[in-house]
Design a protein. Structure first.
Length: 378
C-alpha cells in the first residue's frame, strides 16, 4: 500500500515545508508545494492554472473536461500548514504501523493527495461528460485568501473539500469570530498606587466574565450538526516593566459560532460584558472590536451531493454517514459563492499538535470514493 502512487504523492507533499507565513512570520509558505502539485497534475494530462494570490503563494487548479457538456464537480484542499514548534522531525513523512507521520499529514496533505490521485485515475479513463476541477489553495489556516480567490473565478455544481473527517460525509460545520479586547489603565511608578490604574488586573474581570459566558454557551441545547458555541482567550499581552503600573492590556479571543450566530453576535456578547463592568465601576475603561469572522455552514438537506458521496464512499468500502464538524473550512467560502459543498477526508490524529499522522488505508479509500463520485456525478 505504501507504494501506491497516492501514498507516494502524500509522502512527497509532507516532506515539503509549507508552513503558513501569516501564522509564522518568515515561514516558507506554499510556493514549493504548489509547484510540486502543478507538476504532478500536468503529468496526468490536466490543464493546469497557477494563479498567484499573494507573492509566492499561488493556487493551483487542474481541469479535466469530458467529451460532452455536463455537471462540474470540484475537489478542493489547502496546501498550507500550521507551525512546527516542538516537533522533532516535522517533514520526515515516516511510515509506521499503517500511519504516515509529519506536519500536514492529516491536515490536510492526505486529502490533497487523495483528490489529485483520484484525478489521475479519472484522467486515465477519461470523462464521458462534465468537468472535474481539482483546486489546491493557500492560506486556509489563517484567512482563506486562497479560497476567496478560487471562489471568485471558478464555479461548480458541487464541491468536496477533502478535510479530515474520518471518512464521514460532513454536511455542516461551525464558524468563528476573532475579537480583540483592550483594557485601559494609567501608567505610574509601582510605588505610587494612587496614581496608577492596573490594566492587567482590570482584564482579569473581563476574563472571569468570558469564562462564565463560555460555560453558558456550552450548556445550551446543541445544534444537531454543530454542537454548541464556545470561546477561548487565545493571546494576552500587557505591561512594560516590573516596577510600573501597566497602562494597557490586550486579549485576542476566538468565539466558535453555530448556525444563527455570527461575528456581530460575538462582539455584542463582549460589549455587554464591558457595559456591565463599566456600570459597576465608573473608572473601568475597556473597548472591543471584531477583527475577522467566518460563518458557520450547512449544505441544503435536499441537495443530491451528500447522498451521492455517501453512495460512492460505501461502494469504495467506507462505513460512512452524514455528520457535522466542529472546525471551520473553505467549504463555507465556496458555498458563499454559490457552490454547494461537503467535506470528506481520511482519518488520523494530531491536528495542530506535535505528533500528527494519517491512516494510510483511509487515504486510499478516500481516493477511491472520490474517483467513484466523479464518474457518477459527471
Amino acid at each position: 500500500m505504501s507504494d501506491d502512487p497516492c501514498i507516494s504523492l502524500l509522502r512527497e507533499l509532507v516532506s515539503i515545508d509549507s508552513v503558513n507565513p501569516s501564522l509564522v512570520p518568515g515561514a516558507c509558505g506554499e510556493g514549493a508545494i504548489a509547484a510540486a502539485v502543478a507538476e504532478r497534475m500536468r503529468g496526468m494530462g490536466l490543464e493546469v492554472h497557477v494563479e498567484e494570490v499573494e507573492r509566492g503563494r499561488p493556487n493551483v487548479i487542474g481541469v479535466l473536461d469530458g467529451l460532452q457538456p455536463g455537471p462540474t464537480l470540484m475537489f478542493c484542499g489547502h496546501l498550507d500548514t500550521v507551525g512546527v514548534d516542538g516537533m522533532a522531525a516535522p517533514f520526515s513523512a515516516v511510515d509506521r504501523d499503517g500511519r504516515l507521520y509529519g506536519r500536514g499529514a492529516q491536515d490536510m496533505k492526505a486529502g490533497v493527495a487523495a483528490m489529485v490521485d483520484a484525478a489521475r485515475l479519472i484522467a486515465e479513463r477519461g470523462l464521458d461528460r462534465g468537468r472535474l476541477i481539482v483546486a489546491a489553495v493557500v492560506d486556509e489556516e489563517y484567512e482563506s485568501i486562497g479560497a476567496d480567490a478560487l471562489a471568485a473565478e471558478w464555479k461548480a455544481d458541487g464541491a468536496v473539500v477533502t478535510e479530515p473527517t474520518d471518512l464521514q460525509v460532513a454536511v455542516g460545520h461551525k464558524g468563528f469570530a476573532w475579537l480583540e479586547i483592550d483594557t485601559i489603565g494609567r501608567a505610574a511608578h509601582g510605588s505610587r498606587p494612587l496614581d496608577g490604574r492596573d490594566a492587567i488586573l482590570r482584564m482579569g474581570r473581563i476574563l472571569q466574565r468570558l469564562e462564565a459566558l463560555d460555560r453558558e454557551l456550552q450548556s445550551r441545547p446543541p445544534h444537531p450538526l454543530m454542537g454548541t458555541g464556545s470561546l477561548h482567550a487565545s493571546i494576552i499581552e500587557g505591561g512594560r516593566e516590573l516596577s510600573s503600573y501597566p497602562d494597557r492590556c490586550r486579549v485576542l479571543m476566538e468565539r466558535r459560532t453555530i448556525a444563527g450566530e455570527n461575528g456581530q453576535t460575538a462582539l455584542e456578547e463582549v460589549l455587554a460584558i464591558l457595559r456591565s463592568l463599566r456600570a459597576g465601576d465608573p473608572e473601568f475603561e475597556a473597548e472591543a472590536a471584531l477583527r475577522f469572522a467566518r460563518p458557520a455552514y450547512e449544505v441544503a438537506p435536499d441537495h443530491p451531493l451528500p447522498q451521492a458521496l455517501v453512495a460512492s464512499a460505501t461502494h469504495a468500502g467506507c462505513a460512512t454517514a452524514t455528520t457535522g464538524m466542529s472546525f471551520w473550512t473553505d467549504a463555507a467560502v465556496l458555498a458563499g459563492a454559490g457552490v454547494p459543498s461537503v467535506l470528506f477526508g481520511p482519518g488520523g490524529a494530531g491536528l495542530h499538535s506535535i505528533e500528527e499522522y494519517v491512516n494510510v488505508g483511509d487515504v486510499i479509500a478516500c481516493r477511491d470514493a472520490l474517483t467513484s463520485l466523479a464518474r457518477s456525478w459527471c
